[in-house]
Design a protein around this ligand. Structure first.
Ligand code: 13P
Ligand code: ZN
Length: 285
């Protein structure tokens, strides 16, 4: 079943679980996620970053829509870190049911202005909108977005931001970073801050940069009101590791179907584990 983010996360918000969003950049990742969702009977968000969309082509969205219609679980197709109004419009035209407009590096006023503009346009065609206030860190050059310094989300500013923009979900900064945390670096999560934001903001809250977080950290965040948890780097790492191992073991392999099968299995395993931690397995109904 194809859904927008607002309807999908309303259920998670009410029943206190989170739905993970997994970034994809090819069909193997998409297939691994669908297989995991069906097996776990878990709702899921398939996220595509503009750089990933450039790589796959917008045609992949049609494939996801078709698979979502056939699926027995709720599926949302989400544009991750849309940077401009134009990128968001292309996503809506391509069939995304949810879009993020990331104005987190802009001034508070400019962030409000662009999110409001996107929300007005997207809502007219039943597409949900995610905004971001505060900044997510970045741990490596391969990370898709992120700032050098984390600016933690201010709870009162978050209230004003949600009211002024009309966004459906809010990405908040509580100490995570995009990318893989280098050995020895532990994210400093401000769980008390999350609790305060949750007590003031009623729309679903989103956690970016969840790759590399311990199960306990993710569960602590979900317990305190996070409804959507973003995983991107972890999937790429699991995918690449499995394919590299296959090639090391069988260097004569030349069939992309063999790589694909290995990649799908690796992605599926990771996705199922993260669904469990988010508490959304068995929640499709
Ligand atoms: P990671 O790099 O931690 O996977 O971040 C995912 C994310 O926030 C996508 O928007
Ligand atoms: Zn992100």
């Amino acid at each position: 079943m194809l859904m927008n983010m607002k309807d999908l996360l309303a259920v998670a918000n009410e029943h206190k679980f989170a739905v993970p969003a997994f970034n994809i950049s090819d069909y193997s990742m998409m297939n691994g996620i669908f297989e995991a969702s069906e097996e776990k009977q878990a709702p899921v968000i398939i996220a595509i970053h503009p750089d990933e969309l450039k790589h796959t082509g917008t045609e992949i969205v049609k494939a996801i829509i078709e698979k979502a219609h056939k699926a027995t679980v709720p599926v949302c197709i989400h544009l991750d870190h849309g940077a401009t109004f134009e990128q968001v419009m292309l996503a809506i035209q391509s069939g995304f049911t949810s879009v993020m407009i990331d104005g987190s590096s802009l001034s508070f006023e400019d962030n409000i202005a662009v999110c409001k503009k996107v929300a007005e346009a997207a809502h007219a065609v039943n597409v949900s909108v995610e905004g971001e206030l505060g900044t997510i860190g970045s741990t490596d050059a391969q990370a898709e977005a992120g700032a050098n310094t984390i600016i933690y989300t201010d709870p009162d500013a978050a209230v004003k931001f949600v009211e002024a923009t009309g966004v459906d979900t809010l990405a908040i900064a509580i100490g995570t970073s995009h990318g893989i945390y280098p050995k020895g670096m532990k994210p400093e999560l401000k769980l008390d801050l999350l609790k305060v934001i949750k007590s003031k903001v009623s729309i679903p809250l989103v956690l970016h940069g969840a790759s590399g977080l311990s199960d306990e950290d993710v569960m602590d965040c979900v317990k305190r009101g996070i409804c959507k948890v973003n995983f991107a780097t972890e999937l790429r790492a699991a995918y690449s590791k499995a394919v590299k191992e296959l090639l090391a073991e069988k260097p004569d392999t030349i069939d992309p179907k063999a790589y694909g099968k290995t990649a799908i299995a690796a992605v599926k395993e990771l996705v199922m584990a993260r669904m469990k931690v988010c508490g959304c397995d068995g929640k499709a109904e």
